[in-house]
Every structure is written in C-alpha cells, then in structure tokens.
Design a protein around this ligand. Structure first.
Ligand SMILES: C[S@@+](CC[C@H](N)C(=O)[O-])C[C@H]1O[C@@H](n2cnc3c(N)ncnc32)[C@H](O)[C@@H]1O
Length: 225
C-alpha cells in the first residue's frame, strides 16, 4: 500500500472547480461517445466486467477495509453485482439501469441516477459509513463534483473505495484514462481524492497477484476526514 495522493502543488478542495480541473490536460474528460449516457446504458447488461479472480479481489479489498456487513453502504455506478463477501445490511445501489439494479441480490435499495448529467447524490449529509465504486470511475466526466458529493454523504471516518482493472467500454471512458496505463489510472483516482474532500490520505494497492495472467484489480481509497 502506498500514499497515492501526496502532491503539494495541487489546488485544495476549496478551490473553484475551474482551477481544480485546470490541473488536467485539455480534452482529458472528453469521450469518443459524449452522447447522453442513457442511450448507452438503456439495455441491461447482466454480465461480469472482470474475471472471477478480480471479482474475488474486490470482495477481499472490501473485507480488509471492514466495509459491511453492519454499515450503511452506497455502491455507486452499480449494476446487478456488488462483490461484497458479506452483504451490508443496508446496501443502496446507484446506477443507470433499473433492470440491472433490481437484479442485485445484495441491494436493499436502488436509485437510478446519471452522475454525468447531474453529479449529485440524492442523500442527506453523513448518510453512509462507506461508498464503493467498482470498475466505473473512468466513465465520470465530472469526477470532482462526484467525489465531493461522496464526501458529503459519508459520515466522518467513512471510506470511499474505488476499484478498477484495465478493461472498459472505450467509447464511454474519458480520454485521460484511455491515454495512460495502470499506474496512471491509480494516479488519476488519487488526484481526484487530492482535489476533493475533505479526505485523509489516499491509499492504493494492487489486489491481485502481480505478474499473473488475468485481470489486475487495483484499489484506491480514502477515509472522509
Ligand atoms: C462496467 S459497469 C460496472 C458495474 C458494476 N459496478 C460492477 O462492478 O460490475 C459500469 C456501470 O457504471 C454505471 N454508470 C455508467 N455511467 C454512469 C453515469 N453517468 N451515472 C451513473 N452510473 C453510471 C452503469 O450503470 C454501469 O452499470
């Protein structure tokens, strides 16, 4: 595990969004398919997006961080699978497709919301003890607003954990993500934490054995200060 967020030269969370976004290159948040996400996610995809070993690694990361089974947990950019080894009692899933969310056996509640159309999370301050986002952070075009919203809905000390691999829907991933590698992806998510919050130190790990075949699984997380 490493402290992935140490960049004293970046503007702080209180800075205007324009100033914070200016730390990324031009077109960083453009996508090949910049059309309304509703069109792309209209059809349910009841599939897995990473292999079984990477899925197990997500569950292991959550367990190591102590996420669930008691806490109030929100899984954003969710689908029919949330990967918890032990189901959190009050798991709420938020995503684009109502059929996928309704099929999620671990969910106690579901919210259909497009975080690219409106980067707000429709819950009161401090509503959750943990928030997760699995293999989806690369689709956010206003990630700083979303990370700030996650901080708002988390109780102090609550963890936001983003996990990802090296696969994606390339037409819907931001250019900045497509133009770099695994190490760069960790740095991007760590920078989102650094520019939003308030968060404690962002930490990162490779949760699958290095150098082995199959999908790698990375995690970047921080606790709300
Ligand atoms: C690759 S799938 C991952 C689903 C799930 N998290 C998993 O681990 O299998 C990407 C998910 O991100 C969600 N998503 C994509 N764009 C979104 C947006 N603009 N707002 C909210 N959710 C979005 C979709 O609903 C889709 O289920």
């Amino acid at each position: 595990m490493t402290d992935a967020s140490a960049r004293p030269d970046l503007p702080g969370p209180g800075a205007p969004y324009a100033e914070r976004y200016a730390t990324f290159g031009p077109d960083f948040f453009r996508r090949f398919d910049d059309a309304d996400d509703t069109r792309f996610y209209d059809q349910p995809r009841l599939v897995t997006h990473i292999d079984d070993r990477a899925i197990a690694a997500v569950g292991a990361v959550y367990a190591d961080l102590g996420l669930g089974p008691q806490g109030r947990v929100l899984d954003v950019m969710s689908s029919w699978i949330s990967h918890f080894r032990q189901t959190p009692a009050g798991l709420v899933v938020l995503g684009m497709n109502p059929v996928e969310l309704a099929a999620n056996p671990q969910a106690a509640g579901a919210v259909v919301a497009d975080l690219n159309r409106s980067p707000t999370i429709p819950f009161a301050d401090g509503s959750f003890d943990a928030v997760t986002c699995c293999v989806s952070v690369d689709y956010l075009v206003q990630p700083l607003e979303v990370f700030d919203e996650v901080a708002r809905v988390l109780a102090p000390g609550g963890v936001f954990c983003c996990t990802f691999s090296n696969r994606c829907f390339p037409s819907k991933a931001i250019h900045g993500w497509l133009q770099t590698d695994d190490r760069g992806h960790v740095a991007i998510v760590a920078r989102y934490f650094r520019l939003t919050g308030p968060w404690g130190e962002a930490r990162a790990s490779l949760a699958t054995p290095p150098g082995t075949p199959g999908d790698p699984l990375y995690a970047v997380w921080a606790a709300r200060a």
